[in-house]
Design a protein around this ligand. Structure first.
Ligand code: ABU
Length: 367
């Protein structure tokens, strides 16, 4: 039996153990406030829901299995979740929605900080029960690692009070969305703490958290109180009309180097800690595609949603040739991984994984 230890403090230390999601039984959930706000008005996803076509599930699983094998061939241990029945309604005393989402992508649900794995509150009703897909693994880690801390953030009620009704229109227009996001007026209100784990980036002692559709200020404050030994920084990327999840926007590659989405630049006033500590923030390369694949929630910027295996090695999606070229110029060895046909299931190479173990300790990169 391999020894299990949960430990991961940042996005780049050598990766030794990881969770890779599964596409089994993934659904396009029915309309609901926070999810609708993320779906572009001209998207092919508008107005349809139900189980994803089996051939797309099979193809996505083929790619995810292949990604898992690539990681294993590099000596990285890979665990997989156990899918619950996503066709069942998600129902609490406060809401009901007719189906769930899936067990993709794990990065949205699980935040690993040191020896702790924290289940996020989530902000979509259809994802309220998604943590259950990972509970068998959490139990296993709890059994085998005496220092493992399994934590769960307070489950939110997700009543209508959690969402701004202004966003409940499919005719807002990109211009107005950009104005609203620049004003930090997002679909989620400040009714109760909300966050998705994929809005958080780990830089040792510092956690950088995006305030947007899926994470509100109360969620960030909850994280601040939950991690009292960390410094928690709130960031915004005003160029994004659909701001969810930081990992197609801001991508640390190694100490001192971050890629930033050139359409979603970190505002000057939020760059001080990087500047003061000689970190370089460079524009990411352009995506290789003009549109996302069919039935996909994410933007074409999944091009920069890469998985760093160590400070010199990075997994890049195979068709993202410009991103791969840029990584090469930045001195990274590129591991090509085919995943585009799985993007529709919730994201790219970073999204579809969650860290269990990376070598290294909690360092202070911004003293
Ligand atoms: N989960 C990452 C998606 C972000 C984006 O659509 O750009």
């Amino acid at each position: 039996m391999q020894k299990t230890v949960v430990n991961s403090w940042n996005e780049w230390d050598p990766l030794k153990h990881v969770i890779v999601g599964r596409a089994d039984d993934c659904h396009i959930p029915p309309e609901e406030p926070a999810l609708d706000a993320k779906v572009p008005e001209d998207s092919d996803m508008r107005g349809q829901w139900g189980r994803r076509p089996q051939e797309t599930i099979d193809r996505a699983n083929e790619l995810l299995d292949n990604f898992a094998s690539i990681l294993e061939s590099r000596g990285i241990r890979v665990d997989r979740p156990t899918p619950i029945d996503h066709s069942k309604p998600a129902m609490t005393p406060d809401f009901r929605t007719e189906s769930q989402f899936g067990c993709m992508p794990p990065r949205d649900v699980l935040l690993t900080v040191g020896s702790e794995m924290l289940e996020a509150t989530m902000s979509y009703r259809c994802r309220w029960f998604e943590y259950l897909n990972y509970r068998p693994l959490m139990q296993q880690y709890f059994e085998h690692d005496p220092n493992f801390r399994h934590e769960s953030a307070p489950k939110p009620r997700l009543t209508d009070a959690d969402y701004h009704p202004d966003y409940l229109s499919d005719k807002i227009g990109v211009e107005k969305r950009l104005k609203w996001t620049a004003e930090k007026f997002f679909v989620t209100t400040e009714e109760e703490p909300l966050f998705d784990a994929a809005d958080v980036l780990r830089f040792g002692r510092d956690l950088v958290v995006q305030h947007g559709f899926t994470t509100n200020l109360k969620g960030i404050e909850w994280l601040r109180r939950h991690f009292p030994d960390h410094r928690v920084h709130t960031v915004n990327f005003p160029g994004d009309p659909y701001p969810i999840h930081i990992d197609a926007t801001f991508t640390p590659l190694r100490p001192g180097l971050i890629l930033n989405n050139p359409q979603r630049r970190l505002p000057e006033e939020q760059r001080k800690m990087y500047r003061d500590n000689d970190w370089e923030i460079v524009d990411a390369a352009q995506p290789a595609h003009n549109t996302p694949p069919p039935l996909c929630y994410s933007s074409t910027w999944l091009s920069m949603n890469v998985l760093v295996l160590d400070p010199k090695t990075v997994c890049v999606e195979k068709s993202e040739v410009y991103q791969a070229e840029q990584m090469d110029k930045l001195g990274m060895e590129v591991v090509e991984v085919e995943l585009r046909d799985a993007y529709a299931f919730g994201g790219g190479l970073h999204c579809c994984t969650a860290d269990v173990f990376r070598e290294g300790t909690c360092e202070d990169y911004f003293p």
